[in-house]
Design a protein around this ligand. Structure first.
Ligand code: NAD
Length: 358
């Protein structure tokens, strides 16, 4: 089969149908599909519709539960401890952020922990919800899935790709949205590279003997090697902060197990929301942010670079392009999605038809 390009709305309908067939209610299916397709639109294919096969396997194994809502373990007003009940992260994350936003609006800030959510996908999605309301939103996340990243100075994989994210509303322009895995590359990008049969730059991965490699198979199929944290000891430190804050502080749990074959991906998250207006610095914040961005952009671009960008900009540029031209999906990923539809007894032809594929 060949690689394809899909319009994003029909693609959403197709993904929605698979999630529905898995037993989710209509709202859940819509939230999951919208979240995944948006990740594709923004260029993070690793956290887009390619996750569906894994979600369906986790659902059938019992590691992911349909139609869940966050359970409040502690409610101290501006401090909130939630349990995600292994529910779809697209619903758990959405409802958890709604609660945190409500509290930040009332108290000026909110510290929210969320343990035991199924995969929260692109963490920027959650920061964007708070930023849209004018709040700063800071996120530390751990991953309970497979140990895939080696500590700085280590050879064995000991933890996950633990993402962190900082969203800041900016005066007169779209927000600063820094959102990345603390591994040198997101694991899903290595899966995509493996599916496409392409190599990855050295410095991201070691093989099962601890040697540097450019073959993404070592992150995808046995014998496993390990990914490396970004930025040597500095990225490694951030990965551990995510494990301690997202995993331990949330009560959701840290990674300290031998390898498991389970398909579920659980995330723990610490989110800190701040309302600049309530801090009394809103005017200074807007002025200083503006002055700084203008100053920074007056600097010259490096050779071969058209202009300096701020985090969040590359994704918005790609979104505009993919909304116009469609979302590319490689043949292997599409095939895996159709196989996931088989597992929930949804006719492949129906999925193809909904996605606008003949
Ligand atoms: P990445 O390496 O593509 O980095 C993305 C960040 O860098 C963005 O904030 C982007 O705006 C910024 N950026 C990129 N190019 C830039 C430029 N030229 N100038 C300025 N800023 C620039 O991201 P990643 O590490 O591959 O992570 C991808 C996604 O995977 C993220 O959304 C992350 O939340 C998600 N993730 C989720 C989990 C999970 O378990 N839920 C685990 C790992 C990663």
């Amino acid at each position: 089969m060949k690689d394809s390009t899909f319009r994003h709305q029909p693609l959403e309908r197709a993904i929605e149908a698979i999630v529905l067939a898995g037993g989710s209610d209509a709202r859940e299916a819509k939230l999951v599909a919208e979240n995944l397709v948006l990740a594709n639109l923004l260029g993070h294919d690793s956290h887009g519709i390619g996750m569906i096969p894994r979600y369906i396997s986790a659902l059938l194994e019992g590691g992911l539960a349909a139609n869940q809502h966050p359970k409040i373990n502690f409610d101290g007003g501006a401090m909130l401890a939630l349990d995600g009940c292994k529910g779809y992260g697209q619903v758990i994350g959405y409802e958890a952020m709604q609660m945190a936003i409500e509290r930040a609006a009332k108290h000026g800030s909110c510290v929210m922990t969320l343990g035991n959510s199924h995969h929260l996908g692109r963490i920027g999605h959650w920061a964007e919800m708070a930023v849209a309301r004018g709040f700063v939103s800071i996120h530390f996340v751990n991953v309970i899935s497979h140990a895939r990243v080696a500590p700085y100075g280590g050879r064995d994989a000991r933890f996950g790709t633990n993402p962190c994210c900082i969203g800041v509303p900016l005066p007169g322009e779209a927000p600063f949205l820094l959102d990345y895995a603390t591994s040198a590359v997101a694991q899903g990008k290595l899966r995509v590279a493996h599916n496409k049969g392409v190599k990855v730059p050295k410095g991201q991965l070691i093989d099962d003997q601890g040697r540097a490699t450019d073959d993404p198979r070592y992150a995808v199929v046995p014998p496993y090697g390990a990914m490396l944290p970004f930025g040597e000891h500095k990225g490694y430190g951030m990965a551990l902060a995510c494990e301690l804050l997202g995993g331990a502080l949330s009560g959701g749990g840290t990674w300290h197990y031998e390898e498991s074959s389970k398909q579920r991906v659980l995330n723990g998250m610490l989110a800190i929301l701040i309302d600049p207006a309530k801090l009394g610095t809103a005017d200074a914040f807007a002025r200083e942010a503006r002055l700084f961005l203008d100053w920074m952009r007056k600097g010259r671009a490096a050779p071969g670079v058209d202009r300096v960008r701020v985090a969040g900009e590359p994704e918005r540029e790609l979104r505009a392009k993919r909304e116009r031209e469609g979302v590319p999906v490689d043949a292997t990923t599409w095939d895996e999605i159709l196989a996931a539809a088989d597992k929930v007894k949804l006719d492949r032809a129906r999925v193809q038809e909904l996605a606008g594929k003949r």
